[in-house]
Unconditional design. Structure first.
Length: 146
């Protein structure tokens, strides 16, 4: 099955059903279930400064307030769950979607694709010591030693 490497805390926010969009600079035609891989390098720098009030509210409502990169809520180099990719659009209305600025007569030089996610499943026990890759990549759970 395909997997997508995502830095923490974003991977855990997706697996917990809080974040319903993954923003990428490239579109995907893939639809269906993928593994959520929490990459080995987290991205906690200035996290709170980069979140909107609505995003912080979603985290609080989802009882997901730990923002410490050492927390066990944020496993790294691990497959932590699954999620379905159900669409890939530009300018989705979700609070997690980054917008692509458009204006008449101007060339868009930075498109952000919003991958629409649904049906997240958080594994009770993550599959540890999994090295991630770029893009969508194949992970065979049977070949894993966890």
């Amino acid at each position: 099955m395909k997997a997508l490497s995502i830095k923490q805390p974003w991977a855990s926010l997706i697996a917990h059903g809080i974040k319903d969009i993954e923003n990428r600079t490239w579109a995907t035609k893939h639809r269906g279930t993928i593994y959520i891989h929490a990459s080995g390098k987290p991205s906690f720098n200035n996290l709170i400064l980069n979140l909107t009030h609505d995003q912080i509210d979603q985290m609080v409502l989802g009882d997901f307030c730990q923002l410490d990169s050492r927390s066990i809520a944020y496993p790294k180099s691990a497959i932590i769950g699954t999620v379905d990719i159900v669409d890939c659009v530009i300018n989705h209305r979700s609070i997690w979607a980054e917008a692509t600025e458009t204006s008449a007569g101007h060339v868009i030089d930075h498109i952000v694709y919003n991958w629409v996610l649904a049906n997240p499943v958080l594994f009770e026990k993550p599959i540890l010591n999994v090295k991630g890759k770029l893009s969508l990549w194949e992970f065979d759970r049977k070949e894993s030693n966890s």
